[in-house]
Design a protein around this ligand. Sequence first.
Ligand code: CUA
Length: 338
Amino acid sequence: MLVFTLKGGRETVFNPISPYGKDISDLFIIVLGIGGLVFLLVAGLLTYAIITGARRSRRSRNDGLTDEVRQIGGNTRLEFAWTAAPAVLLIALFIPTIMVMNSSDPAKVNTNKPDVIVIGHQWWWEYQYPNAGVVTANELHLPVMTDANGNGYLVHLKAADVQHDFWVPALGRKIDIYPDKENFLYLKPTTIGNTLGACAEYCGAQHAWMRINVIVQSQVDFDKWLAEQKAAQTKTAPAAAAGQGQGDPVRGEQIFLNNTCINCHAISGTTAVSPIAPNLTHLGSRTTLGTGIVVNDPPNLGRWISDPSAIKPGVRMPGYQLPKQDLNDLVAYLEEQK
Ligand code: CUA
């Protein structure tokens, strides 16, 4: 049941798809390399000392001598060397670190006009595209970018409840998200495809299932997606669904609007406007449910509505025990909203 649902999506620092991610990944490899060499040197010397020490001790005992080793305390040259060498190494690592901190996180301009607003909730992500007036959840679509995009998309990060942390390793740095403090970040994906991130600050029961699903599309596909999200929802005529044993989306809309769904969820073009839970406008266009925990298909959506805690323990949404036909109709309504 638990699946990493986004095809091709992977959480890794070794496969950066943005200049920011690449700078951090390169630095990580340098630090890993130098750290590895230091480890081999120390472990090698230690092994050497253990082997020769044991041998010498055995020999001394056989000869009836004390097995105390030669004392080297007060050797100024040696003490200077093992103080200076780590200091030089740390400085050598400090300089590229400072350079990457600057290059991977350029100064923010026009922070009053972000391209995307990211809001962390327990335990899902709200994504707003203020220029298009689009609000969606749990799948962050971005267009592929080039040098012509400058620093990339400016992202404004906020939290609705507790502290979260937005981290997509392939796209760059980690950044904390606070309820009472605004943070900004540039995202500049340069390769089309999917990648994964995660909330990186413990935020409660389902912290581990606060995945960040990133979908990088060509500019054309992204514009098309954005236009579809912005467009009014289309409704299938009841006749189209009748007689197929399928749910009736028209009836499903009434079930949605007449139940307490609307206390938390919004669907644009309807009277449901609450921003508490994920915006369900065009829910059918998303690939996953529950912030990536299951594939978005009618059986999973039905199970989710009936008993979301069974899929995602601790989830804020209560289960709805609807009559079977009502559930089918509701699922049909939500899934047809592509
Ligand atoms: Cu949100 Cu951890």
